[in-house]
Design a protein around this ligand. Structure first.
Ligand SMILES: Cc1ncc(C[n+]2csc(CCOP(=O)(O)OP(=O)(O)O)c2C)c(N)n1
Ligand SMILES: [Mg+2]
Length: 353
């Protein structure tokens, strides 16, 4: 195959990267911290409810919890605009909710109902909403990376200003797809934000048993892109880093890489007995809980009191109750519709030789 280099934007130096005026206006203030806290709490409470429903066999299939990592989804999506695209993983409830998919549409999807964001066909690992440019949800480790490069390339070639943001794990970093994507993205100066959620494990395999060099940001930088490691347990630090990176990408400096150092408080999935981690290690990371950290910071600054927190918790509980009730009452897709979306034209209308 021959392909000319599709760069239509000249590469600029990353040092010119500055957040736009709109981003700067949103950056500080108690109101913004309240939004960040609420967004993280929504994800935490939503997933805690999923655990209850799963234990009662009211939802089934694979479920990978994001609990502990909420600062990453909330901080990064806080730096994005509606026209930007997001590509996610199978641990994506947090990414989807932070991107604005409603708890109702995600909960219905968890229940396999027709009102779910993927029409009930995807379940926990395949949340999708093209109207929000949220392009899944995929069970294939690293599978989202080349798709994200394709979306970024399409936006670039069409002259659209969007940034494509791709979430993936430290395990995905070990896959060829990451390295192929990073190389082409840098070569073609793609508007791509690579967000590596380094939670120190790929299923039961610890980072140091999988990577000869565990400094992932340094390795990403070797592709010729700006790359930083960030405290992924501090939502404000994540948002600040993401704004800087997105600013650089919009200014034409090409792909950027963020390594978010984070931790999942729960097992890999609902099936995992979690026997490969020292309990003391889990407790140490829990003491850095991103929700508790922001709450404390806000209390210290006089921006939050018990009453305000209780009101937020109450509102979120009602929102999630409503999502569960609606999901349980929602219809399943009629059997007669099951072949829709399987072929490009409705079944029976496809011409056959
Ligand atoms: C291509 C591929 N290989 C293996 C698997 C099995 N698998 C599912 S999750 C996972 C670990 C991925 O770890 P990481 O990328 O660090 O993400 P995390 O689960 O920690 O969020 C593996 C190996 C898979 N789904 N796809
Ligand atoms: Mg991992």
């Amino acid at each position: 195959m021959t392909a000319s280099r599709p760069t239509t934007r000249p590469r600029k130096e990353p040092s010119s990267a500055k957040p736009g005026r709109k981003a700067a206006a949103r950056r500080s203030g108690a109101g913004h911290r309240t939004d960040l806290l609420e967004a993280m709490l929504r994800i935490r409470r939503f997933e805690e409810r999923c655990v209850e429903l799963y234990s009662a066999a009211r939802i089934r299939g694979f479920v990978h919890l994001y609990i502990g990592e909420e600062a990453v989804a909330v901080g990064v999506t806080g730096a994005l605009e509606p026209g930007d695209a997001v590509v996610s993983t199978y641990r994506e409830h947090g990414h989807a909710l932070a991107r604005g998919l409603t708890p109702e549409s995600v909960m219905a999807e968890m229940h396999g109902k027709a009102t779910g964001c993927s029409g009930g066909r995807g379940g926990s690992m395949h949340l999708f909403d093209a109207s929000r440019r949220f392009y899944g949800g995929s069970a294939i480790v690293a599978g989202g990376l080349p798709l994200a490069a394709g979306l970024a390339l399409a936006d670039l070639m069409r002259g659209l200003p969007g940034v494509t943001c791709c979430f993936f794990g430290d395990g995905a970093f070990a896959e060829g797809e990451f390295h192929e994507t990073a190389n082409l993205a840098a070569l073609w100066n793609l508007p791509l934000l690579l967000v590596c959620e380094n939670n120190l494990y790929a299923m039961g395999t610890a980072l140091a048993r999988e990577h000869a060099q565990t400094d992932l940001a340094m390795r990403a930088a070797s592709y010729g892109m700006p790359a930083w490691a960030v405290d992924g347990m501090d939502v404000e630090a994540v948002e600040q880093a993401a704004r800087r990176a997105v600013g650089g990408i919009r200014a034409g400096a090409g792909p950027h890489f963020l390594e978010l150092r984070t931790y999942r408080f729960r097992a890999h999935s609902m099936y995992d007995p979690d026997r490969y981690r020292d309990k003391a290690e889990v407790e140490r990371w829990k003491s850095r809980d991103p929700i508790a950290r922001l709450t404390e910071r806000m209390r210290d600054g006089g921006e939050l009191d018990d009453e305000a927190l209780a009101r937020t918790e109450q509102r979120l509980a009602e929102e999630i109750d409503h999502a569960v009730t609606a999901a349980e009452r929602a219809p399943e897709e009629p059997v007669g519709d099951l072949l829709r979306h399987v072929t490009s034209a409705p079944y029976g209308e496809v011409s056959r030789p």
